[in-house]
Design a protein around this ligand. Structure first.
Ligand code: APR
Ligand code: PHB
Length: 389
C-alpha cells in the first residue's frame, strides 16, 4: 500500500491530523493497534480551548460539541474553606468548552468514516523503517498477515507508550521528566454537578477537583497516594474524603451516587526533544505529557497537529520543506509554556509530601496573591483558555 502520510494512532491527535490532511487533499492512512470500541472506552478529560474547538470546526466535527458542550466563562479556586472565581471572559475575552475527550474521539471517527478516509484498527506489531532515509515504510500485522505501507512521512500520534518515539535512536532524543509523588483518584457518576463551573481545591488533606460531562453526569477527582489501589477506595470513602476537602456549601449540596467509572491516574510531566526525526514527526502524548491539573493534554495534541498539518499541506502545495523544518521548534515553544502552566497549577494546588510548614504557607500566600491580583488572575486565565498558536 502507498500513502503520503502514515499516521500511527487513532487517538485525538491522529484522528484530528487525519481529518485536517484529508480536508486539504493529502492522502493518509491511520494505523491503530486497538479496536475502535476500545479506543472509545477510555475515560479522559474534557476541557476544550477555543483553538481546539476551531480546529474541530474546520474539519466539520464540532456540531455535537457546539450543541452538547458546556461553555464555561470561568472557574473557581477553593482554599481555606472559601471559593474564589476566576472570570476567563472578563479577563481574556475567551472561554472554554467542557465536552468529554471520548466524545471528540467519537465525532472524529464518525467524520472519518463518512469521508471514506482509511483507518486500520487492530493493526498489531506496528514497526517503522527508514524514516531517516528516502523511503519511509511502516509494517503491521492484521488478520494474521504482514502488511507494509510506503509513505513520504510518518506521524507518530501513538501516545506515551507508543512505538514511534521508541523507534528513535536514544542518542537522537533528549527527554525531560518529572514524576509527581501522588496520583488522582477519579470517579464518573450519573449525578448533577455540584457547581456550574469547575472547582479546583487546595486543602490540607490534598487536592480535589469538581468537574462534569453534562448537566446529569459529574467527574470528581481527589489527590491520593501513588501506592493506593483503587479497590481500597469504596464509593462512600471517596465521597466522604471529597466532602472533607470542599467548602461548606459544596459539601452540603453535593449529590452523591454509585460510581460508573473509578480509576487512579499517575501524574507526570514529560517532554521529548526534538519532535522530528527525518520523515518521522511526533505529535501529542507521543512527545509530551502534562499533569491534568491545567487541562492541557488534549489541547496540546491539537496545537501540535495544527502546526504539523499546516507544514505537510504547505509541502504538498509548494514543495517547500521550510515549515516542516520549523515544526519541532514551533510545537515545542507552545509545549513548554503548557508544561510550565501545568507544573505550576500542580505545585500550587496539591499537598506536596515532605513540604515544610513554610512551603505550605508559601502555597497559601501564592493563592491569596492569585485571587487578589487582577494581573495574576489574568495570567492564570490566559494560560487556561489557551495561549495563541
Ligand atoms: N501501534 C498503533 N497504535 C498505537 C500503538 C502502536 N504501537 N501504541 C499506541 N497506539 C494507539 C493507542 O491505542 C491510542 O489509541 O495510539 C493512540 C494514542 O492516543 P492517545 O494516547 O489518546 O494520545 P493522543 O492522541 O496524543 O492524545 C492526547 O490523550 O491521554 C490524553 O491527556 C492526553 O488528552 C491528551 C490526549
Ligand atoms: C475532567 O473533566 O476530567 C478534567 C477537567 C479539568 C482538569 C482535568 C480533568 O484539569
Amino acid at each position: 500500500m502507498r500513502t503520503q502520510v502514515a499516521i500511527i494512532g487513532a487517538g485525538p491527535a491522529g484522528l484530528l491530523l487525519g481529518q485536517l490532511l484529508h480536508k486539504h487533499g493529502v492522502d493518509n492512512v491511520i494505523l491503530e493497534n486497538r479496536s475502535a470500541e476500545y479506543v472509545l472506552g477510555r475515560i479522559r478529560a474534557g476541557v476544550i480551548e477555543q483553538g481546539t474547538a476551531d480546529l474541530l470546526d474546520q474539519v466539520g466535527a464540532a456540531a455535537r460539541m457546539q450543541s452538547e458542550g458546556l461553555v464555561h466563562d470561568g472557574t473557581e479556586i477553593c482554599f481555606g474553606g472559601a471559593r474564589h472565581r476566576i472570570d476567563f471572559r472578563a479577563l481574556t475575552g475567551k472561554v472554554v468548552t467542557v465536552y468529554g475527550q471520548t466524545e471528540i474521539t467519537r465525532d472524529l471517527m464518525e467524520k472519518r468514516t463518512v469521508a471514506g478516509a482509511k483507518t486500520i484498527y487492530e493493526a498489531t506489531d506496528v514497526s517503522l523503517y527508514d524514516f531517516d532515509g528516502a523511503k519511509p515504510r511502516v509494517r503491521y500485522r492484521k488478520d494474521g498477515k504482514q502488511h507494509e505501507i510506503e509513505c513520504d512521512f510518518i506521524a507518530g500520534c501513538d501516545g506515551y507508550h507508543g512505538v514511534s518515539r521508541q523507534s528513535v535512536p536514544a542518542k537522537s532524543i533528549q527527554s525531560y521528566e518529572r514524576v509527581y509523588p501522588f496520583g488522582w483518584l477519579g470517579i464518573l457518576s450519573e449525578t448533577p454537578p455540584v457547581s456550574e463551573e469547575l472547582i479546583y481545591v487546595r486543602h490540607e488533606r490534598g487536592f480535589a477537583l469538581c468537574s462534569m460531562r453534562s448537566p446529569t453526569r459529574s467527574r470528581y477527582y481527589i489527590q491520593c497516594s501513588i501506592e493506593d489501589d483503587v479497590e481500597q477506595w469504596s464509593d462512600d470513602c471517596f465521597w466522604d474524603e471529597l466532602k472533607r476537602r470542599l467548602d461548606e456549601e459544596a459539601a452540603s449540596t453535593i449529590v452523591t451516587g454509585p460510581s460508573i467509572e473509578k480509576s487512579i491516574a499517575p501524574l507526570r510531566s514529560f517532554v521529548a526533544e526534538p519532535m522530528r526525526f527525518g520523515s518521522l514527526f511526533l505529535a501529542g502524548d507521543a512527545a509530551h505529557i502534562v499533569p491534568p491539573t491545567g487541562a492541557k493534554g488534549l489541547n496540546l495534541a491539537a496545537s501540535d497537529v495544527h502546526y504539523l498539518s499546516e507544514a505537510l499541506v504547505d509541502f504538498y502545495q509548494s514543495r517547500s520543506a521550510g515549515a516542516l523544518d520549523r515544526y519541532s521548534a514551533r510545537a515545542l515553544a507552545r509545549v513548554w509554556k503548557a508544561e510550565r502552566f501545568s507544573w505550576w497549577m500542580t505545585s500550587l494546588l496539591h499537598r506536596l509530601p515532605g513540604a515544610s510548614p513554610f512551603e505550605e504557607r508559601m502555597q497559601l500566600a501564592e493563592l491569596e496573591y492569585l485571587v487578589s491580583s487582577e494581573a495574576a488572575s489574568r495570567a492564570l486565565a490566559e494560560n487556561y483558555v489557551g495561549l495563541p498558536y
